[in-house]
Design a protein around this ligand. Sequence first.
Ligand code: NAD
Length: 175
Amino acid sequence: MDPSKRGVYPGRFQPIHWGHVKVIEWALQRLSELVIVVGSAQESHTLSNPFTAGERIEMIAAALEDAGIDKSRVWIVPLSDIYMNAVWVRYLAMNVPRFRYAIARNPLVVRLFREAGYEILMPPPFERERFSSTNIRKLMLMGSSEWRNMVPPSVARIIDDIKGVERLREIAGRD
Ligand code: NAD
């Protein structure tokens, strides 16, 4: 495929929700291929990053399936963080197929790609207050099942399978 029509979409996807899915659809309307970068791959079992990179990859693949997105146009690549923001984009580029565009709204991510000379495609916010992983994790901690309306059904099934809510609530406990 032509790398000049390929974009990268970095995120933590903790977990992937309908807002992320809308961003992916939006990007694929403009590009021929998308590389979804599962950032902070080293993180799991924390309040901000409860799910492992492997679990997040499964959830992303399931979300693409639910949304009827052509998976042959999408790569999913896990990437651990590094301590040097200034060279992060070079490090990311070393680990993913060649690309021209970066899809992001996260201000730090936008800044770093711009400084590195990549073109930014900034998606609109898709119900940003509601469709937010922070909001989803908060609802899970509160014991509300409302989070289920914010993720594709197969993602909710995987979270049930791995007892994700139980994990989050347990690590939020006191000793
Ligand atoms: P995230 O999953 O919260 O969001 C991913 C992207 O989707 C963001 O650009 C966000 O603005 C966008 N988004 C989310 N919900 C949306 C909605 N409803 N509508 C429209 N857009 C929406 O992930 P994140 O925290 O932004 O991920 C950035 C990743 O890059 C992290 O893993 C971070 O550690 C990594 N990073 C690492 C370094 C380093 O290692 N030095 C530097 C910069 C970034």
